[in-house]
Design a protein around this ligand. Structure first.
Ligand code: FE2
Length: 411
């Protein structure tokens, strides 16, 4: 499920779910098989749990997962002490095309965050009208709002004049809306904290881990709705790394400001929609759609982040991202990477990511000494704290394996 009207998404919704009729996929994809794939990826429940976490207690709860990590721990949000206090909250993947998600945004307090800064790491809404309404609501609640577009924000399909628009034209209109609302889309210093939005797009060569052999997974172009819903024209194209390079180059326009910020700020927080590192996504064998890592991240983005925070990072180096709908809080090579998505109503209903009550997530509070203590007890990042990533293991996890039929080797 994705956006309003179904289709693929970057999220776990891309994946299949327990409780549906298992698919037994043969050598070719019939329309019926694809329909079944799309239908059953809407339901996955606890099937995302890693194999080591699959034992259940008598109520059906996962024992080990519960023991090692609550899905998300709500963070008490102390009010700022005075006007000099600085708090930064983050959220991604608001998807307010869903009425439940728009209702969630409307319910954000109009008083609590009046002095605060909010980072919105992409995928706000599919239509310009809903995007504008959402960002206006957020700007009304927070002192400063920063935004960078995600893939859904650039979809052009089925909505009046937008279906005739190109994604770059839509990007231009989105940035105009932000400018008119006072939403920041360029690097800016707020009370000694430098906040840096980074444009990015995914490229398939980002995925450098071995594919899972012996199965026929649905093709990316059928699963990933971006291939139909985004419309590109020269110099952009879906071929190779072209989109990733195009979006990376958009950052050059602001690079002088980035360099100025990095020399003047006490704290830098950069953010993007897409992933800068493959380690920020679960291994393929864990995913209901094992080819997901091909459409989630950008190596060019990680280069930008290292230019900002330094090759070795620092204790205060922090990058926020979105897109996969997996909560994450992990430090890799000296940089802390955080994802805090609202995600889809169905995901919250199943308490994936601990629901939505803990959002937006406060990552910086000057009254408490700056960046919050970490790592936060988010499911997958905690899993990889305790379990070494092993891409050489190409054995599908049992909750994935049940949906795919092995394709025998051709003799
Ligand atoms: Fe996304």
């Amino acid at each position: 499920m994705n956006g309003v009207g179904g289709g693929w998404d970057c999220s776990p919704c891309l994946t299949m779910g327990v409780g549906e009729n298992p698919l037994t996929l043969g050598n070719s994809w019939t329309n019926r098989e694809l329909q079944a794939f799309r239908a059953c990826r809407n339901s996955y429940g606890r099937s995302f749990l890693p194999a080591t976490c699959m034992s259940k207690d008598r109520l059906g709860h996962d024992k080990r997962a519960r023991r090692i990590m609550p899905a998300v721990v709500p963070v008490p949000q102390a009010l700022p002490k005075d006007a000099s206090s600085m708090r930064v909250f983050v959220i991604s993947d608001l998807h307010t095309d869903y009425t439940e998600n728009m209702a969630w945004v409307k319910k954000i307090s109009s008083a609590t965050f009046k002095q605060d800064t909010l980072i919105v790491a992409g995928d706000v809404a599919e239509t310009l009208k809903t995007f504008e309404k959402t960002m206006a609501l957020l700007k009304d609640r927070f002192r400063h709002v920063f935004f960078i577009p995600g893939n859904h924000d650039l979809w052009c399909r089925n909505v009046g004049s937008e279906k005739h628009m190109h994604s770059l034209e839509k990007l231009r209109r989105i940035l105009n809306i932000c400018r008119n609302l006072g939403v920041e889309t360029e690097p800016k210093l707020i009370k000694r904290v430098g906040i840096i939005p980074l444009f990015s797009w995914y490229h398939q060569s980002f995925d450098k881990e071995p594919d899972i052999p012996g199965y026929k997974f649905p093709p990316l172009k059928l699963v990933c709705r971006d291939f139909q819903a985004c419309k590109w024209h020269s110099p952009c194209s879906n071929i190779g790394d072209k989109l990733a390079i195009y979006f990376d180059n958009l950052n050059l326009e602001f690079w002088a400001a980035v360099e100025e910020l990095t020399s003047n700020a006490d704290q830098i927080i950069s953010f993007s929609h897409f992933l800068p590192r493959l380690e920020l996504c679960p291994e393929k064998r864990m995913l209901f759609y094992p080819n997901l890592p091909k459409v989630v991240g950008s190596d060019y983005l990680e280069v930008r982040i290292r230019e900002i925070h330094g090759l070795a990072g620092s204790p205060s180096a922090c990058h926020v991202f979105g897109h996969t709908h997996f909560c994450w809080d992990a430090t890799l090579d000296g940089i802390r990477y955080i994802q805090a998505p609202l995600a889809y109503p169905a995901e919250r209903l199943r308490r994936i990511n601990g629901g939505g009550d803990w959002l937006p997530f406060c990552i910086y509070n000057s009254d408490s000494g700056g960046l919050i203590n970490g790592p936060s007890p988010f499911y997958w990042s905690q899993y990889y704290l305790m379990n070494k990533r092993d891409p050489s293991n190409i054995q599908l996890a049992p909750w994935v394996n049940q949906f795919y039929k092995a394709v025998p080797d051709k003799i």
